[in-house]
Design a protein around this ligand. Sequence first.
Ligand SMILES: [Cu+2]
Length: 118
Amino acid sequence: MFQSKMLLAALGLTLVLPALADNMNEMPHMQGKMPAGSAEPTAKTAHGIGVVKDVDPKNGTITLDHQPIKDLNWPAMTMRFKVAKADLLKGVAVGQHVNFTLQGNDMNPVVTAISAGK
Ligand SMILES: [Cu+2]
């Protein structure tokens, strides 16, 4: 249990660092504090709507200009997400409007589903 948490933390770190290296956006919610009373980040699922700004199959990331995400208390912003599998990026094009699903803790969620929006 403890070890798997350490592994997840290490993975999370390696996923975050490349995004920070060429950080192009402010990400106010990344500085958010933990909800009062919660001892550790809770994994949750959230749904978002946005426009694709960049797709990077090689690094398994997608940059989305997303609308506010109530589930996570996030304002609208452009940000890069890691995708759970590179396959999710197939057929996804820059400029496309999409619906997407995020899973993970509040600070470092990954995209687990992408579908065409309007
Ligand atoms: Cu964001």
